[in-house]
Design a protein around this ligand. Structure first.
Ligand SMILES: NC(=O)c1ccc[n+]([C@@H]2O[C@H](COP(=O)([O-])OP(=O)(O)OC[C@H]3O[C@@H](n4cnc5c(N)ncnc54)[C@H](OP(=O)(O)O)[C@@H]3O)[C@@H](O)[C@H]2O)c1
Length: 447
């Protein structure tokens, strides 16, 4: 079981022998664009560790806006060069260093609403500028399984040569990103690989984590989408790195996900058994899901190191050890109470196809009560044990945990760390009780 956030980050960025062997062979530095999101930091660390292991001098450069400054500081401390950059500024792209290997991860987030123009600028215009700026590079371009049609699980997942059928502007803009890279590959010889990823899981996010948290909280699990594929984020990172060697002109295409198709009902029943609860379900079971067949990836690069059974065990351990969602801890959304159980507003689902959000999906408020705590009046839910709240500190900007990594209190702290980092608050970990040196802390755990 992974006991805390440091261990999780360590596992996610642990290079495999194949990653280290790649770094022995590969020429050139590695530039990661859009490195500040969910996957980029662990991928940058993985690349750094694999390069150090190979003992060949190599720059690993992470580029992002780095809206969370702590990510940039952490990467920098670990030997990754960091460039804070608004990639939509064409002049900034021109100033990026030459680099033979690029992992392109920047994108407007799945599920973003409003500003469809920005979705198209990020997902289509920016790839064109990057492809023009780096015509000689190898480009692993992150894409998504959302470009495929929905399928019945019994028929297996979509394969790379199935025609894309993107539904809604998000999926269409992702196909647009692929087409722009493909154009530059055909027209100018850009060596490229379209990396169609389906659902990375890192214990803090992902569809498996969502199901586990729902079961843990006694909430019903929706069966409208019957099945899904997932992959351990560490495996996805490793595949992304090693895909650099598979870049080609015209572009290669790779579906990237786990080997198994997981039924939503089976996953919920597994977590229920692990948590000692009765699973609850809602909705009539659907027949169609977004599924990918990643056998080409596994044949070329080897099977994932973490299979779905091991991944489900890890998720169960993490959630059970105290990883409730930030929505049930700090991120109070009182307006949701008014809409509890009601359908999603039409503007969110209109003309879009989301893998796990059906047009008739309902909104749910947190099941837990929130109240103002301490002098700062921070709204904290009843999930948080009162003994963990230090009322005398009044600036709700972060957390400090004083305990050794294996103590039970620290397992509870997983949830706190996860929740706070998900909502962008700084997290400090320390081994003594000198709370005064962290003026922005409002919670600490006594040893
Ligand atoms: N995670 C998955 O399961 C999954 C599945 C399918 C596809 N994908 C795709 O794979 C890619 C990486 O996944 P992810 O989960 O790490 O995505 P993510 O969390 O959305 O990270 C992408 C990062 O790009 C950076 N970015 C966005 N706009 C930028 C701009 N204008 N200038 C500079 N940086 C910008 C942002 O970081 P800053 O805040 O630092 O700017 C953002 O967090 C994404 O394109 C995603 O859509 C992911």
């Amino acid at each position: 079981m992974i006991a805390n956030l440091e261990e999780l980050e360590d596992r996610l960025s642990q290079p495999s022998p194949a990653d280290c062997a790649l770094m022995q062979r590969l020429e050139g530095d590695i530039l990661i664009l859009g490195a500040g999101g969910k996957m980029g930091p662990s991928l940058a660390r993985l690349a750094r560790r694999a390069a150090d292991n190979a003992a060949r001098p190599r720059r690993i450069i992470a580029v992002s806006r780095f809206q969370s400054g702590s990510v940039a500081r952490d990467l920098s401390a670990r030997g990754v060069e960091v460039i804070a950059c608004e990639l939509l500024d064409p002049a900034r792209i021109q100033r990026l260093p030459e680099c033979l290997n690029i992992i392109y991860m920047a994108g407007r987030k799945f599920g973003s609403t409003g500003r469809p123009d920005l979705t198209w600028a990020m997902n289509v215009l920016l790839p064109a500028r990057v492809a023009e700026r780096f015509p000689q590079s190898r480009m692993v371009a992150f894409s998504t399984g959302n470009v495929y049609a929905l399928r019945e699980p019994a028929h297996g997942g979509a394969r790379e040569d199935d025609p894309p059928v993107p539904v809604g502007e998000y999926a269409q803009s992702c196909l647009g990103r692929e087409r722009v890279f493909e154009y530059h590959s055909q027209a100018a010889g850009l060596r490229c690989l379209l990396f169609r990823l389906n659902y990375a899981v890192d214990l803090r996010y992902g569809v498996l984590v969502d199901i586990a948290r729902q079961v843990f909280a006694g909430q019903p699990v929706d069966l409208a989408v019957p099945a899904f594929n997932v992959i351990w984020q560490g495996d996805a990172n490793s595949y992304a790195l090693r895909s650099l060697e598979l870049c080609a002109s015209p572009p290669a295409i790779l579906n990237v996900t786990g080997a198994e198709t997981i039924a939503v009902r089976d996953a919920a029943e597994f977590f229920a058994a692990r948590f000692g609860r009765q699973p609850r379900f809602q909705g009539s079971p659907g027949t169609l899901a977004l599924l990918s067949d990643a056998s080409r990836c596994h044949a070329l690069l080897g099977p994932p190191q973490v299979d779905s059974a091991a991944l489900m065990e890890m998720v169960a351990g993490w959630v059970q050890a105290g990883g409730p969602s930030q929505l049930d801890m700090f991120n109070h959304r009182p307006a949701l109470e008014k809409y509890d159980g009601q359908p999603l507003p039409a503007e969110i689902t209109k003309n879009e196809r989301y893998a796990f959000i059906k047009p008739d999906a309902a909104l749910f408020a947190s099941q837990f009560k929130f109240s103002k705590q301490g002098r700062c009046g921070a709204e904290i839910s009843e999930v948080m044990p009162p003994s963990l709240i230090a009322p005398e500190v009044d600036c709700p900007k972060g957390i400090s945990v004083c305990s050794s990594p294996r103590e039970p209190a620290n397992l509870t702290a997983n949830g706190l760390f996860t929740s706070l980092s998900e909502i962008g608050l700084p997290v400090h970990r320390k081994n003594d009780h000198d709370l005064a040196s962290y003026p922005h802390c409002f919670i600490y755990i006594k040893r």
